[in-house]
Write a protein that binds this ligand. Sequence first.
Ligand code: C2E
Ligand code: CA
Ligand code: CA
Ligand code: CA
Length: 270
Amino acid sequence: ALGGVCFFSEEMESGFTSRRLCFTRIKSAIANQGVVVLYQPQINPVSGDVEAVEALMRLRDDDGQLVSPVQFIGLAEETRLIIPLGEQMIRIALDQLGRWCDDGLHIRMCINISPVQFLDAHFLAAILKAIEACGVDPKLVELEVTESLMMKHLDSVRSDMQKLRALGVSISIDDFGTGFSSLSYLRELPVDVLKIDKAFVDPLRGDPSDDVLVRTVATLAKSIGVLSVAEGVETEEQARHLKDLGVSLLQGYHFSRPVPADQLNTRYSL
Ligand code: C2E
Ligand code: CA
Ligand code: CA
Ligand code: CA
């Protein structure tokens, strides 16, 4: 099952024991090739083409079950194990991107980067090395970062983003609008994509007043010349509505769940 098992079930001991267990499982996944990557397509609602995929991490448990990142990302960030975990994940995703390109499928690979990873002194060098080692076009690499990153160490974040941008790598702001940040950083940072959070997509149910927030972000994206991507699109009605609002790309269970690379469908009709 894609949801996988939970490291922390209600019956388990709370506190140190379960954190200890989670820690052990993360370490074991790093040591034993337990990092698994699933891919969820982002569809151009006008053409039906897949233009990008978001790479989503899972850990393979001892019994072969896939464990959701919701279960381990928090602890991985706290312990900084997100750095080796993220490195493996980046390597797998960029290798896959290389294989798709070899097969003539030139789509962008969107990779989630935790602030802990991005702010690590070796991150920039590591990602550039991985791009080179996998022989992929940096223009097909997109890094998804959150607003919380923007608030931290703005000068070093800006300088790293500018270096990435200079090489063609794009930057996407994940969960846009859910943070408490101001919009001013959009002028200060080289942002290419705004990802409209699922919370703004959920209320789309056919009532014209439902779309205030989505419409606002879509309009903002257009006016500053960046792409908009709606996540959590679950119904045909939402997909049509988002298409009518001019949202650039749509992502969600309505089109596809996150799937293994060989199960990716690359064309959809709306
Ligand atoms: P996110 O970046 O906001 O990713 C979107 C999440 O929504 C994914 O959950 C995806 O499977 C789920 N989703 C997509 N479409 C739908 C839909 O139509 N309906 C619903 N209900 N959900 C949908 P997932 O894969 O469990 O990932 C959860 C979070 O874990 C991600 O949220 C991201 O913050 C984090 N994460 C995942 N992979 C990585 C990674 O490689 N590195 C880092 N640092 N974080 C990751
Ligand atoms: Ca994301
Ligand atoms: Ca998101
Ligand atoms: Ca989200």
